[in-house]
Design a protein around this ligand. Structure first.
Ligand SMILES: Nc1ncnc2c1ncn2[C@@H]1O[C@H](COP(=O)(O)OP(=O)(O)O)[C@@H](O)[C@H]1O
Ligand SMILES: [Mg+2]
Length: 369
């Protein structure tokens, strides 16, 4: 186990800045997700930690060793790739033991480690098979097994679940999560899937265009996003954003919609423009709220997503399926002022958020944790 410390890291590919001024510490034993859309620099960051890419500037430490210029094989890390990268002509057993053989381990020791990893991953019955004789989920576990036998100081995983179908992905996510909790080893996990990051991680580092936007625990990222990008990338269905203005009587006006502003708004004066954010689960359909019309209704099984027209504004609400809402229904909606999010329209920076204490993770995420 070891911490990983990235200091002032920049990575350029010709003229393209793939990673900009990155400072990030992954703590000893921590499971850290690098989250962001395709092309934001996640894999490049992971590859630099692995030693597969060299930073243009900056330093990388693993524990107290400066590894910036150390070749990959001396870093004591193990990487799991999106493509699995298994050797097709080798059995599962040989695939899993390969890195140890290359490093000159005794065959007894290799057998012992492979058997232990196979047991942890329920691969015992498949050791004599070749990769082509395995399902996608089993191949993924072999790729993980190959990393586990190394017993590295740091695990690096690049979208390891992205080739699995939706059901298997959620199941494997839970298994991986519990495996890493038991191992208590430092892990850096790259994903573009916010629900993976939210459910598996101790902390999440959110990236956009090569720049770190925020580092925090899942609930902090969700309820206290640093800016509009983080708020919009995390949460499903996504947050509704409205252009609004603070009125003289302490309300937020978005077109004809008037909402009571959150308490303790500091530094904001009447007439100032803000971007208002509303999480779908914070819209309550109650008998004594603002008039709302259900424009579109989607059924997700246990939940309903309702696209409301609220004084001419489109606001998305998420309610339990039992509410039996139909398209065209006249409803009433309420949004607690303290649950609103406000951002600067110019910089996107958060002006007000409910904060960590302002709520719980959505139930569909908590259930799978
Ligand atoms: N070897 C490379 N040569 C040139 N550009 C690259 C190379 N690797 C990555 N990039 C570019 O760097 C940016 C970040 O890529 P990457 O780290 O793979 O993103 P992510 O993993 O978040 O999808 C992208 O614009 C990508 O096209
Ligand atoms: Mg990538």
């Amino acid at each position: 186990m070891a911490s990983v410390t990235l200091t002032s890291i920049n990575k350029k590919f010709n003229n393209l800045s793939a990673v900009k001024d990155l400072d990030l510490e992954i703590r000893d034993g921590e499971f850290m997700a690098l989250l962001g859309p395709s092309g934001c620099g996640k894999t490049t960051t992971l590859n630099m930690i692995a030693g597969l890419d060299v930073p243009t500037s900056g330093t990388i430490r693993i524990g107290d060793r400066d590894v910036t210029n150390l070749p990959a094989m001396h870093r004591d890390i193990a990487m799991v790739f999106q493509s699995y990268a298994l050797y097709p002509h080798m059995t599962v057993e040989r695939n899993m033991g390969f890195a140890l053989r290359v490093r000159g381990y005794e065959s007894d020791e290799i057998d012992r480690r492979v058997a232990r990893a196979a047991e942890m991953l329920s691969l015992g019955d498949y050791l004599k098979r070749h990769p082509r004789q395995l399902s996608g989920g089993q191949r993924q576990r072999v790729a993980l097994g190959r990393a586990l036998v190394r017993d590295p100081q740091v695990f690096l995983l690049d979208e390891p679940l992205s080739n699995l179908d939706a059901v298997l992905r959620v199941q494997t996510r839970a298994e991986l999560s519990s495996l890493f909790k038991n191992l208590a080893t430092t892990a850096v996990y790259v994903t573009h899937d916010q629900s993976e990051a939210m459910t598996m991680s101790d902390r999440i580092a959110v990236f956009s265009h090569g720049q770190l936007q925020q580092v925090g625990e899942p609930l902090e990222i969700y309820r206290a996003p640093a800016n509009r990008f983080v708020a919009s990338f995390v949460g499903s269905p996504p947050m509704t954003f409205l252009d609004a203005m603070l009125t003289d009587d302490g309300k937020l006006a978005a077109g004809d919609l008037r909402l009571v502003a959150p308490p303790a708004l500091q530094g904001l004066r009447p007439g100032e423009k803000v971007t208002l954010g509303i999480r779908p689960e914070d819209v309550q359909l109650v008998p004594d709220g603002l008039a709302a019309n259900a424009d579109i209704v989607e059924h997700l099984g246990s939940l309903q997503i309702v696209y409301l027209a609220l004084s001419g504004q489109r606001v998305v609400a998420q309610v339990v399926e039992g509410s039996q809402i139909r398209r065209g229904d006249a409803l009433q909606a309420r949004i607690e002022p303290a649950k609103l999010y406000l951002f600067s329209p110019e910089t996107g920076k958060a002006i007000y958020t409910p904060g960590r204490d302002g709520g719980r993770l959505p139930s569909h995420l908590e259930l799978s944790k």
